[in-house]
Design a protein around this ligand. Structure first.
Ligand code: C2O
Ligand code: CU
Ligand code: CU
Length: 436
C-alpha cells in the first residue's frame, strides 16, 4: 500500500511449499505466497519494486495493463533478472491513470507460461478517489495448475503447449474451491483476475444479484451482464454482488476456444474439459437484508469511434501445426514471423490514434494483448459492442477479425503485443512495437 504517493515493495520470487487442494505442493511464488501480495496504488503514485530472483531460472516482472513507461527500469519486459540477481523497477502512474484491477507476472520470453503456471502472479489495484461504498472488497485471482504425483507443478506435453495448457485444478487466491462467507444485505465488490496461462473463464454466480461494473479498466457505464462476459487469459472483471441468503457457487463453464482441428464437438477444449467447474462456494447467512439501493453511476468511457485516425494497420495471427502430434512442430506467428526482440514490427508515432485490425487465420482463438496503451474495441467478427469497450486483452475468435483503436499517448518507447495464451507467446506469437 502506498503512502505519500510512493509504493516501495520487495518481491522475492522463490520456490516454496504450500498446501493446495489438501496436498503438499512445491510451486513458485512471490514472498512465499501464491498469488503474491496485492499491490494497491493510486493515479499519480510512484511505484518502486525490487524484484529479487531466488529461483534457479531467469525471470523479470511485467505490470499487466498499467499505463506506464515501457523503458529503462520501468515496465521493461526486455530486462532479464538472472538467478540470484535482483532488479529495481521504478515508474510513475500518470495523474489521470484509470482506476481498476491490473496484475503482475513474469515476462521473460520462453518461460512466461511455465513461471505463471508455476505460481508467479499477483494483483494490482489502482484505487479510486471516491471508493464505491461496499461492505467488503475481495480480490479473486483465478489461476489453474496441475500437480504431479510428487506435488511439483507438472510440465505440459508438446500438444498441451500447442493448445495452451490448462491446469487440472482451478485456484482462487491459491486455494481450490474456497468458501466465501457473507450475510444477506451486504454489498461486495469482487475484482476477478484471470491469471490462467491459457484457460478462458465463463463465470456465473446463480442466485445472487450480480452486476458487472468494470472490465480491464475503470468502473464505467455500458457493461454487459456476467453471462455475456467471457474472460480471456489476462482479462479482469469488476463486480458488485448484493448478497442474498443461501448457498451459491461461482462456476466456470467450459469455453470452446477451438483447436488445431477446429472447434470441438460439444464444448470445451484442453484439459479444462467439458464440464463446468465450481471455482468457489458462497455461503450467505441471514442478515438484515437491507435495500442496498442503486450502485452510484460511473463516468461514461472515452469514445474514439468518431475520432480521426492517423494510421490503419492489419496484424495477422497464424499457426501451422506441423508436428503437433509428434513433438515440437508447429509455428505460431504474427504476420508470418515469430518473435525477435531485435526486430521492430510496428512503428507508430507518439501522440497519434491508430486503428488496428487483428485477423485470426487459424482454427483457434487467440487473445490479443498490447502493452502500455489500452485498446477500444470497435468490432469483433463485424459486430460492434453496444457501448464503448476498453480492454487490454481482446479475444480474436478463430477465423475472425477484431478491429481496435489505440491512442498512443503519454509514453514512447519499445514494448510488445502478443497472444495471451502464454504458451503461444513463448512459442513466438509476439511482436515488437515502438512509439516515438
Ligand atoms: Cu499479461 Cu505481455 O502480458
Ligand atoms: Cu501485459
Ligand atoms: Cu494464441
Amino acid at each position: 500500500r502506498s503512502t505519500d504517493g510512493v509504493l516501495d515493495v520487495r518481491l522475492e520470487a522463490a520456490r516454496g511449499t504450500h498446501e493446495i487442494a489438501g496436498r503438499r505442493a512445491t510451486t513458485l511464488g512471490y514472498n512465499g505466497g501464491v498469488p503474491g501480495p496485492t499491490l494497491r496504488v493510486r493515479a499519480g503514485d510512484t511505484v518502486r519494486v525490487e524484484l529479487v530472483n531466488s529461483t534457479d531460472e531467469t525471470t523479470n516482472l511485467h505490470v499487466h495493463g498499467l499505463h506506464v513507461s515501457p523503458e529503462g527500469t520501468a515496465d521493461n519486459v526486455f530486462l532479464a533478472v538472472e538467478p540470484g540477481g535482483s532488479q529495481q523497477y521504478e515508474y510513475t502512474l500518470p495523474a489521470d491513470h484509470p482506476a481498476g484491477t491490473y496484475w503482475y507476472h513474469p515476462h521473460h520470453h520462453g518461460t512466461v507460461a511455465d513461471q505463471l503456471f508455476g505460481g508467479l502472479y499477483g494483483a494490482i489495484v489502482v484505487e479510486e478517489d471516491d471508493a464505491l461504498p461496499v461492505t467488503r472488497e475481495r480480490t479473486l485471482v483465478i489461476a489453474d495448475i496441475t500437480l504431479d504425483g510428487a506435488g511439483a507443478v507438472a510440465a505440459p506435453s508438446a500438444p498441451e503447449r500447442m493448445m495452451g495448457r490448462e491446469g487440472e485444478l482451478l485456484l482462487v487466491n491459491g486455494q481450490r474451491r474456497p468458501r466465501l462467507r457473507a450475510a444477506a444485505g451486504e454489498r461486495e465488490r469482487w475484482r476477478i483476475v484471470n491469471a490462467c496461462a491459457s484457460r478462458y473463464l465463463d463465470l456465473s454466480l446463480a442466485g445472487q444479484s450480480v452486476r458487472v461494473i468494470g472490465r480491464d479498466g475503470p468502473r464505467s457505464t455500458g457493461m454487459p451482464s456476467l453471462d455475456d462476459a467471457v474472460l480471456a487469459p489476462g482479462n479482469r472483471l469488476d463486480l458488485v454482488v448484493d448478497m442474498r441468503e443461501g448457498a451459491g457457487e461461482l462456476v466456470a463453464a467450459p469455453v470452446d476456444r477451438g483447436g488445431p482441428m477446429g472447434r470441438m464437438m460439444g464444448g470445451g477444449t484442453g484439459a479444462g474439459g467439458d464440464d463446468p467447474v465450481v471455482v468457489a462456494d458462497l455461503a450467505v447467512a441471514a442478515g438484515p437484508g437491507a435495500d442496498l439501493g442503486p450502485v452510484p453511476p460511473a463516468a461514461a468511457p472515452r469514445d474514439l469511434r468518431g475520432a480521426p485516425v492517423d494510421g490503419r494497420r492489419t496484424l495477422r495471427f497464424a499457426m501451422s501445426m506441423g508436428g503437433m502430434m509428434g513433438g515440437d512442430g508447429g509455428r505460431f506467428t504474427i504476420d508470418g514471423r515469430t518473435f525477435d526482440p531485435e526486430r521492430v514490427d510496428r512503428q507508430v508515432r507518439l501522440g497519434t490514434v491508430e486503428e488496428w485490425t487483428i485477423v485470426n487465420d487459424s482454427p483457434m482463438n487467440h487473445p490479443f494483448h498490447l502493452h502500455v496503451w489500452p485498446m477500444q474495441v470497435l468490432s469483433t467478427g463485424g459486430v460492434e459492442p453496444p457501448a464503448p469497450l476498453w480492454l487490454d486483452v481482446v479475444d480474436v475468435p478463430a477465423g475472425q477479425s477484431v478491429t481496435v483503436r489505440v491512442p498512443f499517448e503519454d509514453f514512447g518507447g519499445r514494448t510488445v503485443y502478443h497472444c495471451h495464451i502464454l504458451d503461444h507467446e513463448d512459442l513466438g506469437m509476439m511482436g515488437v512495437v515502438t512509439a516515438r
